[in-house]
Design a protein around this ligand. Sequence first.
Ligand SMILES: CC(C)(COP(=O)(O)OP(=O)(O)OC[C@H]1O[C@@H](n2cnc3c(N)ncnc32)[C@H](O)[C@@H]1OP(=O)(O)O)[C@@H](O)C(=O)NCCC(=O)NCCS
Length: 144
Amino acid sequence: MLLEVGSPAKAKAWVKDALEKKKKIMGFGHRMYKTEDPRATHLRRMSESLCTKVGRPELYEMSRLIEEAMWELKAIKPNVDFYSASTYYAIGIDPELFTPIFALSRLSGWTAHVLEQLANHRLIRPVGEYVGPQEAHWTPMGER
Ligand SMILES: CC(C)(COP(=O)(O)OP(=O)(O)OC[C@H]1O[C@@H](n2cnc3c(N)ncnc32)[C@H](O)[C@@H]1OP(=O)(O)O)[C@@H](O)C(=O)NCCC(=O)NCCS
């Protein structure tokens, strides 16, 4: 999204146009957090320092302006994804890997939810019901 926006000068007009077209702006809004997602607070700081350090301060500046526009026009705060984007980009991660990296960090939590769901027949997050294979087996690395 930031690459598409292109420059800080275009940021606010881009948000206005997208909202007029009823588009969802990625990285904003959350089903639970109606105030600022606490993770966004830390990632904003990391984004600022890393983008400056690698000579891409415009990525952070665009993000700030998009955030401002979203607040002015829709009163919606950024979620954990928003400042992750410029932070990941600044440390050289390919955008295609952003979602897999985020997913990897959550695997242990998701797995715990699945195990609890299977053990108690109780959904942890109702819209996140696990419907994949069950009773799968794996061979430990040392035995392969
Ligand atoms: C997470 C999400 C599904 C929550 O949606 P929700 O439960 O409808 O959120 P709210 O009830 O607070 O929405 C209030 C209003 O803001 C709008 N809105 C919410 N998030 C928005 C976004 N990212 N961009 C534009 N408008 C948004 C809703 O459409 C709604 O508008 P309306 O009153 O005109 O119908 C939604 O914010 C979203 O799709 N975000 C973008 C995707 C994303 O970043 N997901 C990762 C979350 S970790």
